[in-house]
Design a protein around this ligand. Structure first.
Ligand SMILES: *Cc1c(COP(=O)(O)O)cnc(C)c1O
Length: 353
């Protein structure tokens, strides 16, 4: 009789977590529309910058000073207002660990970014999930009402992943005014570059962190900039708040290659903007086509659309057509991908109505 080996003890709440499931790759003649990736090949200038970084034996600059100053210049802030990390999910983790621990509460909308519940749990804190409005937007009144004296952090996702809805400038201002000034607000703007709605909050354009040092804006190079493979994100906020997050982070996790690619992307931003405009045009075509086919889809300001449905046959139909989408219990999220994917998505959507 073989007995089970004795394994080291893992925190029970960690052991109970489901393992991370990555979006499957698509078949050769299919499209991967499950991870909101950028469908374009890397910019030539970025590939060139990567080729120039072959000193693989040397540690990177721990502070990514050149990239921070390039970002500071772009947004008109001192470099000490910028913190870079290996993806903005790393930043979410760092700020949560810095602000919240056992017994503390973290408030966020639900459904929202899949990573939030796990990150809060790993920090040891308690998730307070506030249901989204029927249109998929954050219910900010209910979120403000959910703040207690145990609340240490609030996560706002705009445009919201996976529903695509934005928080408006007016809604955001009213919300921040209701939240105690010592509660950290993380404004997760991973899809900000795709926003065309003039009423949407823009944490960096409006420099909200100046009037409200408890607000930190998070952005990423993974989506609009198409650098998901390199892992690069940044936070902009009050330097002392950034210090707290930095203290929890593993030093040297931003590689020299990622930093160089980020700098090169900013130097070729006109090309990034042109690609984003093409994706926005595809998004609008997708939304219009889905509505014409009889789907009641919420307005999306991101590089994906949300099909509200609890019918598992919907995701299966996309799958059968070679389209890898992201199914959730209450809907299907479809990334805006290659030009040729748009008509194929619409054909499947029409066949389901
Ligand atoms: C994709 C995404 C991120 C960015 O993740 P990276 O770690 O920068 O790749 C952050 N927040 C949301 C809501 C996202 O969808």
């Amino acid at each position: 009789m073989t007995s089970e080996p004795i394994l080291p003890r893992i925190r029970p709440e960690i052991a109970a977590l489901p393992p991370y499931k990555q979006g499957r790759p698509a078949a050769a003649d299919g499209f991967k529309l499950s991870s909101n990736e950028n469908p374009f090949d890397p910019l030539p200038g970025v590939v060139e910058a990567l080729r120039a970084h072959t000193a693989l034996n040397r540690y990177p600059d721990a502070t990514a000073a050149r990239l921070r100053s390039a970002l500071g210049e772009k947004y008109g802030v001192d470099a000490d207002h910028v913190l870079v990390a290996a993806g903005s999910v790393s930043l979410l983790a760092a700020f949560l660990q810095a602000a919240a621990s056992t017994g503390d509460e973290v408030v966020y909308a639900w459904r929202s970014f899949e990573a939030y519940p796990g990150l809060v749990l790993v920090a040891g804190a308690t998730s307070v999930q506030v249901p989204c409005r029927a249109d998929g937007g954050h219910d900010l009144d209910a979120m403000a009402a959910a703040v207690t004296d145990r609340t240490r952090c609030i996560l706002l996702c705009t445009p919201n992943n996976p529903t695509g809805r934005v928080i408006t400038r007016t809604e955001f201002a009213a919300f921040v005014a209701r939240v105690p000034a010592d509660v950290l607000i993380l404004l997760d703007e991973a899809y900000a570059e795709f926003v065309t709605d003039a009423d949407a909050v823009d944490g960096l354009g409006e420099r909200v962190f100046e009037a409200h040092p408890n607000v930190v804006v998070l952005r990423t190079f993974s989506k609009a900039y198409g650098l998901a493979a390199l892992r690069l994100g940044y936070a902009i906020g009050h330097p002392r708040v950034l210090d707290g997050a930095r203290s929890t982070m593993i030093p040297l996790s931003v590689t020299a290659q990622a930093e160089a690619a980020g700098i090169a992307s900013l130097a070729h931003e006109d090309q990034v903007i042109a690609r984003v405009a093409a994706l926005v045009e595809r998004r609008e075509r997708l939304l219009a086509g889905l509505r014409a086919a009889g789907w009641d889809v919420p307005d999306s300001q991101a590089n994906f659309v949300w099909l509200p449905t609890s019918d598992p046959a919907v995701a299966e139909a996309f799958d059968a057509a070679g389209l890898v989408v992201r199914p959730f219990p209450d809907g299907v999220r479809i990334s805006v991908g290659e030009e040729e994917s748009i008509d194929r998505v619409l054909a499947v959507a029409r066949s389901l109505r």
